[in-house]
Write a new protein. Structure first.
Length: 186
């Protein structure tokens, strides 16, 4: 439930936050609350992914991606998410989520969320997603062009490899499904 409060709080602050360029970094301040913790009394790994959603919503609203998606009657779809955890966030500590668009390819847009405390990165969440309209997936270049961007920054090699591994996993799952829904390990 506290995530709804965070989302509402972010939306209430939005009118006072300036729009940003599509390649800009958006920053939202947060604090660790009791419901963010696991049994080790630090932010649970799953909570990072959920908090990244709030950062992504702020970015999508401020960058103009939301308005562009509305014009196409498209909705955002998260395809894959990956996280790296470097340090702990403990109860009541302040931190920020720094969100930016890393780039895009023919199908996916790639967004990075850095969790920063005292100017140090404590965790990173990477998401690849797309926008789906009434006629199927919307090409990222089409949507992003409406945000004033023409060419994707070069994707880092590690990001291209990660995206390819996600495609391989998806292909394997489709193959399993076509073979009768076999579940690995049974």
């Amino acid at each position: 439930m506290n995530l709804w409060f965070r989302l509402i709080f972010m939306l209430l602050r939005r009118p006072w936050r300036r729009p940003v360029d599509g390649l800009a970094v958006t920053v939202i301040p947060m604090r660790v609350w009791p419901l963010d913790l696991d049994l080790n009394r630090h932010v649970t790994n799953g909570r990072y992914f959920t908090l990244a959603d709030v950062g992504r919503m702020d970015y999508v609203l401020r960058s103009g991606a939301f308005r562009a998606a509305l014009r196409h009657r498209a909705r955002p779809i998260v395809g894959d998410v990956w996280g790296k955890f470097r340090r702990e966030l403990k109860l009541f500590e302040r931190f920020e989520i720094h969100t930016r668009l890393l780039g895009w390819d023919d199908k996916w847009s790639f967004i990075e969320h850095r969790f920063v405390k005292d100017e140090r990165t404590v965790g990173v969440v990477i998401m690849r997603g797309l926008f789906r309209g009434p006629k199927g997936n919307l090409a990222p270049a089409e949507l992003i062009a409406e945000m004033g961007l023409q060419h994707s920054p070069p994707l880092p090699e590690w990001l291209a490899r990660w995206s390819a591994s996600c495609d391989e996993l998806s292909a394997g799952l489709r193959d399993e499904e076509q073979a009768g829904g076999a579940v690995a390990g049974r």
